[in-house]
Design a binder for this molecule. Structure first.
Ligand code: PEP
Length: 247
């Protein structure tokens, strides 16, 4: 199974649902539809209405983040995994580099992952090295820490997806070489096997994925799908990624 996950970030108002309707119509007619799933993360303000609207449709709606405490608490502007689940969302991102750079620590991320899973949300856990880590040849050690400090064997691995997003590639148009990326994805899968003693956890790639760059990525068979930022805000760009992947 492949995944095409759109991360809207701070984008979207109620009428932006038109974008998702177009993607949904494309999906319903696509002869490759059985090979992949489409997930989208609108902002919190649209989570309930979109989750209701897409309940019986093929697009899965999820959240961009969740808080590290559950049910209810006295933390202003915080949204718990329980609250996300209660409005019909099916998954959440955790550990996006935007949130890591705003202060999310490994301990916070560990709590988020485990609480989200406990609420039966799927978790798309984001990892990735920054420009300095890469320059200092620290990519593998950074990724290993991000995985081993947050994930553990007792978690419900069936609901975990990993998104490898090199921070220097997000929104920049810069992408890793094929050899580099292939090695990194294989390394991530090896670390995951060490943690979970299982082979089959999906690992996605994210960072400047569009209709052109997907041509390079599709040659790397170990990549199980994509986390897509900028290009997910346009139905045409998002659909082009899927079309070019299966061309
Ligand atoms: C992202 O923000 O997760 C992302 C991958 O962005 P972009 O596709 O724009 O690089």
């Amino acid at each position: 199974m492949r995944y095409f996950i759109g991360n809207w970030k701070m984008f979207g108002v109620p009428k932006s649902i038109n974008i998702l309707n177009k993607i949904n119509s494309f999906y319903l007619k696509d002869k490759h539809q059985k090979k992949y799933r489409v997930f989208i993360t609108p902002p919190y303000t649209l989570l309930e209405s979109y989750a209701k609207y897409f309940k019986k449709k093929k697009i899965l709606i999820g959240s961009q983040n969740c808080y590290q405490k559950d049910i209810f608490s006295s933390n202003t502007a915080a949204i718990s995994p329980y609250m996300i689940k209660s409005v019909g969302a099916k998954f959440t991102l955790v550990g996006h580099s935007d949130n890591r750079s705003e202060g999310d620590t490994d301990l916070m991320l560990k709590n988020k992952v485990s609480l989200a899973l406990r609420n039966n949300l799927k978790v798309v856990y984001c990892i990735g090295e920054n420009k300095i880590d890469k320059k200092n040849n620290k990519t593998f050690s950074v990724l290993k820490k991000q995985l081993s400090r947050v994930l553990d064997r007792k978690l419900n691995k069936k609901n975990i997806i990993i998104a490898y997003e090199p921070v220097w590639s997000i929104g920049t148009g810069k992408i890793p070489t094929k050899t580099e990326l292939n090695k990194t994805i294989i390394y991530i899968k090896k670390v995951l096997k060490g943690i979970f003693k299982k082979k089959n956890i999906s690992v996605l790639y994210g960072g400047s994925v569009d209709g052109n760059t997907v041509g390079v990525f599709k040659e790397i068979k170990e990549i199980d799908g994509f986390l897509i930022g900028g290009a997910s805000k346009s139905s045409k760009k998002f659909i082009d990624i899927i079309k070019n992947y299966y061309r």
